[in-house]
Design a protein around this ligand. Sequence first.
Ligand code: PEP
Ligand code: MN
Length: 369
Amino acid sequence: MLLILHPDIDESAEDYRKTCDFLRALPRIEMRTHVVQGQQQRLTEIYLLGDTHALDKDEIEALPAVERVVRISEEYRMLGRHKDEKRQAGFEYNGVTFSQDTLHVMAGLCAVDNPQNVETMLRALQQHGQVCTRMGAYKPRTNPYAFQGHGAKCLPWVFELAGKHGIRVIAMEVTHESHIEEIDTALEKLGRPTGVMLQVGTRNTQNFELLKAIGRQQTYPAMLKRGFGISLNESLNAAEYLASEGNSRVIFCLRGMKGDSGAPHRNMVDFAHVPVIKRLTRMPVCVDPSHSVGSREAAPDRILDVVHATAQGVISGANLVLVDFHPQPREALVDGPQALLLDELPRYLDDIAACRETYERRRRIWDAC
Ligand code: PEP
Ligand code: MN
C-alpha cells in the first residue's frame, strides 16, 4: 500500500508525527519513506510493506498527513504505475528534465580516449544545442586483455571539458561501487561543472550489490541497461532494486537482446518494448541503437541501420537516445566500427526531430478517438 502525503509536508509537523505514530503501531507492517523532489514540489510517499490486505484504506486515508492511498501490486512497487495516473513521474537533474514525455539525445564516445577527441565531440554537441552526452571511463570488456577504459584518471579533464561546452549530464557506466566515489570526488574538486548519470551496463544488470550501492546514494540518477539474456521482468526488477534502496531517479535503457536471431545485427533490436515499459512503469525509456545494431551497414535507401533503429525507438515514444559517435573512428579504443561520424550529427538530429514530430502526431491521431 502506498500513501501519498500532502505536498511539501514538514516532517516536524504535528500531522506528520501523528500519522507516523499510527502507522508504526500497525502489526506486521514495515514502513518505508521515500521523498521525491519534483520541479514544483517535494512529495513524501510512504510504502507499507507486509500484511497490508487487512488494512482499511479509508481509515488510512483519513490520517491527517495523508492526501491519498493507492493499493499497489507486488511488481515494481516503487517504479510501477499501479493504475494511478496522478503519481508524479520523471525527475529533474542538473537543470535537465527527464520524463516519459521528454526526449534527449546522449551522443558521445563509447570510451574516452584522448582530450582532443573528447573536446571535438563536445564542441560539436554544443554547436547543435545538446546538453547531454555519453562518455565511458570504465569499460567492462569481454576480453580481459582489451582496453578497460582510462578510469578515474581521465575524469578531471573529461568533466572540465564537459563544463566548458555546456554539457549538463554525462551518461557514464560504473562497474564497481568505488567508481561512484571516484566520480563524486572528481566532480567535487572541480566545483561540479557538469553532472553524471550512473550507467549500469547489460553485463551488470543483475549485479545486485552494485545496484544497491547506486540505489543508496541520492546524488546521481541512474540509467539501467536491460540485461541481454534475461526476461524483461527480471530487468525491471533490477531497476526496482535501485528504487527500493532510495533512488527512484532511474532511466531504463533498451539495448537489444543477445542471440543468433538478431544477426547480422550485434543484438536483436527490442525497441518495440518502449511502450511496454512506459505502460508498466513510470521510468523514462532510453534506446541504444549503437549497441543493438553494432555496425555501420546501410540499407539500399542509404540510411544506416543504426539510424533506422533510432527512428523505430523515437517513433514509438522513446525518451532518450544513447548513441556512439566518434570524430575519428579509426582512433576509437572501443566500438569504433559502429560509431556515427561528426558530419552525420546534424542529419541524425534532424531525423530524430522528424520521428519525434511523427510520434506526437500519432498521439494526436489516437487521442482524437
Ligand atoms: C555501453 O553503453 O558502452 C555498453 C557497454 O553497453 P551495454 O552494457 O549495453 O553492452
Ligand atoms: Mn560500446
